[in-house]
Design a protein around this ligand. Structure first.
Ligand SMILES: Cc1cc2nc3c(=O)[nH]c(=O)nc-3n(C[C@H](O)[C@H](O)[C@H](O)COP(=O)(O)OP(=O)(O)OC[C@H]3O[C@@H](n4cnc5c(N)ncnc54)[C@H](O)[C@@H]3O)c2cc1C
Length: 377
């Protein structure tokens, strides 16, 4: 699937073949544009940086291949630091499914190539001068002239820096272990532990859908007492939701930064734009970025399509993070609240509120609600 590169000219250079880059590139190629997608990883099944929980709205609106999705999850169990008297919330609808991300990325890459995208794996974007972009790949350095560039290169986007666009400053780091499980004692469930000693400023989680278990933590990097990896190990030793499962010796490890400062304001300029984590398109509260990255990529592809057809970059002015950001206000406030939960005593007190009918209703709204990334169209 890897395109051979020499010095060349393209309509759009997309940097990064995560879900955001794959989606943007595919839509643009389907509309007849010449798209080069450069990804530094040599294959898309490695170095995965997501648990892969897809929410109902995404499953409803985007045609993800069903054979790459785990069983539906309707149950969320919330735990205080003591793990005692958890709050169980059951939905009467299928709320989540966990993607089998390696085949899902590979399938998306095949679809991209099928639509005409030239995919250059093992190829890193290293810098730009005017409309010439420097890549470094298996065949050595290459220069690509592109009318537009798309920064789909994740939370610490180099494209954002080179285009002098906004950059993520408010980040969590997350890490998890993933392993296969043979069946389950209970229904597929998503377990969340509010314990700032394990996950400072966020949550520790177990997702066990009866096929795979994901055991992870996320939080502010400088607040982990002995580092992220150790926090994952400590949590894994006592994590709930794993009764009847055996953790194998070898597990897959995933991890990465998660931007939680809300959508960035300046995400486009006449030379290009940002999508996905590079644009800060992640829910500041839940840290979910898969739905936002798909929705923002669809908008990005529309805007670029307009700009390419009209032959004018002014269309990119409509790709405005400041306007979309307004709908994140509530979630940003809740993020600030979660960041303040610094001791197990405060977490336990917050949990007391969660046990009330009002608290449960609020948790249900956040976890089972219909809100997602604003549909900018
Ligand atoms: C541990 C963890 C668990 C998560 N779990 C969930 C979840 O369950 N549900 C959810 O909704 N969200 C989750 N998120 C967030 C979600 O995964 C991201 O928001 C989403 O995957 C972002 O997609 P993306 O395409 O923007 O970025 P990425 O998937 O990070 O893709 C960026 C790509 O750019 C490539 N790249 C970077 N620099 C260069 C370069 N210079 N040249 C070429 N290529 C480059 C990278 O190799 C990478 O493939 C999680 C995040 C983490 C860290």
């Amino acid at each position: 699937m890897t395109a051979a590169l020499s010095s060349e000219t393209v309509d759009v250079l997309v940097v990064g073949a995560g879900l955001a880059g794959l989606h943007t590139a595919t839509v643009l190629a389907e509309r007849g544009h010449d798209v080069l997608l450069a990804e530094r990883r040599p294959h898309l099944a490695g170095a995965i940086r997501t648990t892969g929980i897809f929410v109902r709205k995404t499953l409803d609106d985007f045609p993800l291949p069903p054979d790459c999705l785990g069983p539906p999850i309707r149950r969320v169990v919330l735990y205080p630091p003591s793990l005692r008297r958890p709050v169980t919330l059951d939905s009467d609808r299928d709320e989540y499914r966990v993607g089998d991300m390696a085949p899902l990325y590979e399938g998306a890459a095949r679809a991209a190539v099928g639509a005409g995208v030239r995919l250059a794996l093992g190829t890193r974007y290293v810098g730009r001068r005017a409309d010439i972009y420097a890549l470094d790949g298996p065949a050595g350095p290459t220069r690509v002239r592109a009318r537009y560039v798309v920064g789909a290169d994740g939370a610490r986007s180099r494209v954002a820096r080179d285009l002098a666009l906004d950059r993520n400053e408010h980040l969590l780091v997350g890490g998890e272990e993933v392993f296969e499980v043979a069946g389950n004692d209970g229904p597929p469930a998503f377990h969340c532990v509010l314990d700032p000693t394990l996950a400072p400023g966020y949550l520790a989680w177990v997702v066990n859908d009866g096929r795979h278990a994901h055991v992870g933590v996320a939080g502010y990097a400088d607040r982990f007492p002995d580092g992220l990896r150790r926090a994952v190990q400590r949590f894994a030793a006592s994590a709930p939701g794993l009764t009847g499962t055996d953790r194998p010796e070898e597990v897959e490890r995933r991890g990465g930064p998660i931007p939680v400062g809300g959508l960035l304001r300046r995400i486009s300029c006449p030379r290009g734009l940002l999508v996905g984590d590079a644009a800060g398109a992640v829910s500041p509260l839940t840290a979910g970025g898969l739905d936002p990255c798909l929705r923002l990529s669809a908008l990005a592809a529309d805007v670029l399509d307009d700009a390419l057809r009209a032959g004018r970059a002014t269309a990119l002015e409509h790709y405005d993070g400041a306007a979309l950001r307004a709908s994140f206000r509530g979630r940003l406030a809740l993020r600030r609240g979660l960041a303040q939960v610094r001791t197990p005593a405060v977490a336990a007190a917050a949990f007391a509120a969660l046990r009330t009918p009002v608290g449960r209703a609020a948790a249900r709204r956040i976890l089972f609600g219909d809100r997602s990334f604003p549909d900018a169209a």
